[in-house]
Design a binder for this molecule. Sequence first.
Ligand code: MRU
Length: 346
Amino acid sequence: MRTVEWTPAGVRVIDQRVLPGSELYRTYTTCEEVAEAIRTMVIRGAPAIGVAAAFGIALGVRASVAAGEDLPAAFERICQTMAATRPTAVNLFWAIERMRRQFEHLRAEKTPEALIAEALVAEAQAIHAEDIATCRQIGRHGAELIPDGATVLTHCNAGALATAGYGTALGVIRAAVEQGKRITVYADETRPFLQGARLTTWELMQDGIPVTLICDNMAGHFMKLGRINCVVVGADRIAANGDTANKIGTYMVAVLAQRHRIPFYVAAPVSTLDLTLETGDGIPIEDRAAQEVTHIASVPIAPAGVAVANPAFDVTPHDLITGIITERGVAYPPFTVSLRRLAAGT
Ligand code: MRU
């Protein structure tokens, strides 16, 4: 299974809206199509969104060069199209900035436009390859924290589908299993988009890792019964003090974990850190369509016209987080110090 990849025909992604019922691959040939795929959750998950955006920019630049457009102006337009897709995952903006740096470098070197287009394809492919390597490193660091025989609760999908491959939170679980540990996973269904029920269970079952699906409101019950040994989740944006935006419902899980003295870990690449924000208060939270809440698989479950709130993410305060697992190691409180150290690579 490949989440997102560059092919001679365009950017190929697995359509995550229809999993696990159908394994449908789509190929996009324009940056507008890639942007729409991100907006409509064909592809989702913070690192995967970043990789898709980089490929989308490469597609856009190639088309602009072929059309003989003014390239710097076209590049800005393409980046804006990508940036307007989803606001919360900072990996999107990180990937756009990385593509912009490469574009500016190539322009400064007076690289011919046709070669700029190809060099940007190569840069996007490098982001893709690095993401897989990064996830494996996160897995290696995180696996040390998971005891043999543990039952791990996770929320949403921070797996291969949410990255270029292997996953962050699920990467930690995969690495622990590869080390020979016997691990069981409890997967929150993750209302309203059901990434846990549809995607996390599917991924883990494909790998033969034991997984039990629970509704979001069951986590406290199982923690109270002593059935959960630790929590590992992904992240969409982590502020300098460790406050972490992740899928709506993560905060609730973190509060429950603290109450039951269960370690709560966040697994994310350094590209998910946003050290320009001192706290999580500044993280933009995406609001999504009411239909995601009022309907399940297109079937209405609420009265027509009911008022709905649908924030796609919440922010878990840093004091509920035991450790943040990155490819460069595990950050522990005080996060204001440890995250800056990790980001600086010291
Ligand atoms: O709305 P989504 O499905 O893009 O949200 C995904 C999450 O919240 C993930 O936990 C997060 O992006 C980390 S993915 C490695």
